[in-house]
Design a protein around this ligand. Structure first.
Ligand code: AMP
Ligand code: MG
Length: 337
């Protein structure tokens, strides 16, 4: 199959919407990362998404809608708290897990009786949903296990020949996937995956916000995952990622004592002044680090880095999302210095 690269012109968005309407898979820009989009109600199209990514069949897809008011068409029940959250955070990088109805096939929900609903803010994604008239199932557009794509070029690299088209809508604004939450009771949510809607932001709407244990910890053998995605290795470039947590000086000292010469490091902007080895930087604050992390991990693979020491980010605010991706890329090992 030839994968067509489309622009974000009106004519090209219409072409992409037609493809989705007709059961094809299209690489699509969102404000979080690029997605592999298809009609969420078309079982064959959804199977094609799983096949293109090599995604385990039990890892559910998020369903993207043009407006939260459409969620009534795909869910069995919407608690009042979900409406309050949607009012504050939709459109935006928040996915709310709700009981699904029969219009969402089991293949889409990975066999669960719930579905993650998101209303994206990216104007191209919004138009694709509106023009296709379909709810769009879209996981991140990477080969399963590899870092998520934040540009059309990344998607082309992973998916060329596997999908019908990719729409180039520019670099993803946030750079990490949406915050995924479930609703625990009338005033409590549980964060299943951290993103750019932070626990502090959710606390403005909910009485209580639980951060699931599996966000920072490997599941024990036999422990049930609150979200299937927690079970799988994720975000891993080919390079061996070693996470080192500590001050810039302590990080430099550690690297100098452990094959500094033969490795690369991924450090904060500003750390490079006294850093004598090969490095890349990934921003100076959590928002910048979220924006750049996946692109830098891919770049490190492109230059053939085999071993990469990463200076661990803050765990506060959006930092938790960056830390969560890195700790998975590092196989849950963190060296504290
Ligand atoms: P991705 O599609 O690559 O952005 O990953 C979606 C993430 O959301 C995965 O970690 C899924 O396990 C999680 N997810 C999606 N739908 C649900 C659901 N119904 N219940 C729990 N987690 C979900
Ligand atoms: Mg993903």
């Amino acid at each position: 199959m030839e994968t067509v690269l489309l622009s974000d012109s009106s004519a090209d968005i219409t072409k992409a919407a037609e493809l989705i309407k007709n059961g094809h898979i299209v690489g699509i820009p969102t404000e979080t990362v690029y997605g592999l989009g298809a009609d969420a109600t078309d079982e064959n199209a959804v199977r094609g998404i799983f096949a293109a990514k090599g995604r385990p069949a039990d890892n559910p897809l998020i369903v993207h809608l043009a407006d939260f008011s459409d969620a009534v068409n795909y869910t069995a029940e919407i608690p009042e708290l979900a409406y309050r959250l949607a009012e504050r955070f939709c459109p935006g990088p928040l996915t709310i897990v709700l009981p699904k109805n029969d219009r969402i096939p089991m293949v889409t929900s990975g066999g669960l009786d719930t579905v993650g609903i998101r209303v994206p803010s990216h104007p191209v994604m919004h138009r694709l949903i509106a023009e296709s008239g379909k709810p769009i199932a879209a996981p991140s557009a990477n080969i399963s296990g590899y870092p998520s794509p934040t540009s059309a070029e990344h998607v082309m690299r992973d998916m060329n020949g596997r999908i019908a088209a990719v729409v180039d809508g520019g670099e993803s604004k946030f750079g990490v996937e949406s915050t995924v939450i479930s609703i625990e009771n009338e005033d409590t949510v549980r964060i299943l995956r951290p993103g750019c809607v932070t626990d502090e932001m959710l606390s403005e709407i909910c009485g209580s916000v639980i951060i699931d244990h599996a966000i920072l910890n490997e599941l024990e053998a036999g422990e049930k995952a609150a979200s299937p995605g927690m079970k799988y290795k994720h975000y891993s470039p080919k390079a061996n990622i070693i996470m080192v947590e500590g001050s810039a000086d302590a990080f430099t000292k550690y690297v100098s004592e452990h094959d500094g010469e033969s490795s690369y490091s991924l450090i904060f902007d500003g750390d490079e002044k006294n850093f004598p080895y090969r490095y890349m930087t990934y921003g100076k604050d959590s928002l910048q680090q979220a924006h750049m992390l996946f692109a830098k991990l891919r770049e490190l693979d492109d230059i053939g880095a085999e071993k990469v020491y990463v200076r661990a980010p803050s765990k506060d605010g959006v930092g938790l999302a960056v830390y969560n991706r890195l700790i998975r890329a590092a196989g849950f090992e963190v060296i504290r210095v």
